[in-house]
Design a protein around this ligand. Structure first.
Ligand SMILES: NC(=O)c1ccc[n+]([C@@H]2O[C@H](COP(=O)([O-])OP(=O)(O)OC[C@H]3O[C@@H](n4cnc5c(N)ncnc54)[C@H](OP(=O)(O)O)[C@@H]3O)[C@@H](O)[C@H]2O)c1
Length: 469
């Protein structure tokens, strides 16, 4: 009896006539309920039969249920033609996974618990020397009605994550004995954003189902982990219409760019904004969102050997003009910029660097313009020329997306929705990251710690994203 179902072919190897249920794995299928073979054949009706007769009986018994072992009563959905299922078998809920995960999952049998690992710190300090890995069990069988269990798909390493571990970021998760189960001493979990997949839901969870993607609803989430148990209110569902990299990083960088471009000045198509650190993730998002809004952008980057490549890269994203810090500091080059503006005034400036960079940026702003400072990558203060500040009537403000969550109700969800739409419409290119893959079935505490320690070191050279598979 032929069956083309998901497990046909591999069944004999994986599910021999076993006395206990056996887990089956298949990379195509997430979760299903299957029939398992009986532990032993039915007793022979006539012990006096000869060998040949025995063989005949075996042949008759063999096809009484299909090799897919579907539990759904009656008919196997995979078999062609459909096969009626007999009652011979025992029900078992099985997680189907990639073959490589088989070993890890076999030990958990019915997935009553998962081993979760998280990168934590017990005190503030230099991240590479401070972080540790903590592992603990999540009991998937005893969830509260509103609980969900998620596994991490991807999480970035952002500058603010680093500042939190250093203890210099104003919004930080508490270092607490209640942060995670089985802690030896009070800790906080690193990381704020990431993409997660629902793997189990409590009895009253109606807004999520297994397999759904979600992101943290709030900051200080503790996203540098393999799994997490939480209330369904702690997550926002995101559609699988966007890429993993986009979804894992939607809530901080593109959302900040969107708010800065839309919350402060009424910019109309054809208007100009200026920004430094234009090759940062925020800067790249601002270029693209600005283009979508019909805005012109003047983008300042630090000089480098491959500056032409970077200029081409940002121009391809939609940058109107890209200049270096040296250009911006040059009086002579000011004339070129004036000619580009063609009589228009720059209404908005976005600063993530500080020091002399913001001084040069502010000089390009028009009367009554707004200067937003959202980062201080140079670690230098914001320096504004006094006369410029007075006579141009500049408004200089700080921007903090985390602060806006409280100050502007619904800003987080509304912004994510707006950015999501732009991603779906193809207005935002795939964000560039140095990706590190973490194979969950192979992980040990040491391996996960190494991945994040290396990621922290590499984040000085480029944006880091850890992908779990
Ligand atoms: N306030 C908020 O709500 C908010 C939200 C999101 C992000 N941020 C902040 O925005 C900034 C950018 O974040 P991101 O994730 O987009 O960063 P990112 O992609 O890691 O890029 C870092 C940027 O900073 C520049 N940079 C690094 N060190 C510098 C230095 N010493 N002097 C001048 N420039 C330097 C880099 O330029 P090179 O390529 O030349 O090194 C690059 O343009 C960070 O300060 C972050 O904390 C703030």
């Amino acid at each position: 009896m032929a069956c083309s179902g998901p497990n046909s072919g591999s069944l004999e190897a994986l599910a021999p006539l076993a006395p206990v249920p056996v887990l089956l794995f298949n990379e195509k299928t997430l979760m299903n309920v299957f029939f398992m073979r009986e532990a032993s054949p039915e007793p022979d009706a006539d012990p006096g039969m000869d060998d040949d007769d025995d063989d005949e009986d075996d042949e008759e018994q063999e096809p009484t249920f299909c090799s897919c072992f579907w539990l759904r009563p009656g008919i196997c959905p995979c078999c062609e033609p459909p096969i009626s299922l007999s009652s011979r078998g025992a029900a078992l809920e099985i997680i189907l996974r990639d073959d490589a995960e088989m070993g890890a999952l076999q030990s958990t049998r019915l997935m009553s618990s998962v081993t979760a690992r998280a990168i934590i710190y017990n005190a503030y300090g230099e991240p590479a020397e401070t972080i540790k890995c903590h592992s603990y069990k999540i009991d998937v069988d005893s969830l509260k009605p509103d609980d969900v269990v998620v596994e991490t798909v991807a999480c970035p390493i952002n500058p603010s994550d680093i500042n939190q571990i250093q203890g210099v970021y104003p919004s930080r998760p508490p270092i607490s004995a209640d942060s995670l189960p089985e802690l030896k001493s009070p800790a906080a979990v690193c990381g704020n954003e990431g993409l997660f997949k629902i793997i189990a839901t409590g009895s009253k969870v109606s807004n999520f189902k297994k397999g759904d993607w979600c992101i943290p609803a709030n900051v200080n989430f503790g996203s540098w982990c393999t799994h997490k148990l939480g209330s369904d209110k702690e997550f926002i569902k995101v559609p699988q219409t966007i890429s993993v990299n986009h979804a894992a990083t939607i809530s901080v960088n593109p959302s900040s760019a969107y708010q800065m471009l839309t919350y402060f000045e009424e910019l109309k198509p054809g208007d100009w904004f200026i920004q430094n650190g234009a090759n940062s993730q925020v800067g790249r998002a601002a270029i693209q969102i600005g283009k979508k809004l019909g805005l012109n952008s003047l983008n300042i980057v630090r000089n480098r050997d491959d500056i032409d490549e970077l200029v081409a890269d940002l121009t391809a994203l939609g940058a109107t003009k890209v200049i270096t810090e040296d250009d911006n500091g040059s009086k002579e080059f000011g004339k070129t910029i004036k000619s580009w503006l063609n009589g228009k005034q720059i209404k908005l400036g976005m600063n993530c660097v500080g020091g002399s960079s913001v001084t040069g940026l502010a000089r390009k702003l028009g009367p009554d313009a707004t200067l937003l400072t959202y980062g201080g990558m140079s670690m230098k203060p914001v320096i504004l020329p006094t006369s410029l500040f007075i006579f141009k009537n500049l408004t200089a403000k700080g921007f903090w997306i985390t602060g806006n969550i409280k100050r502007i109700p619904n800003s987080r969800i509304d912004t994510i929705k707006a950015v999501l739409k732009m991603i779906e419409d193809g207005d935002l290119a795939e964000p560039k990251y140095d990706e590190t893959k973490a194979k969950v079935s192979d992980l040990t505490d040491e391996k996960l710690l190494h991945i994040f320690t290396a990621g922290l070191a590499n984040s000085k050279k480029g944006k880091q994203l850890v992908l779990f598979e």
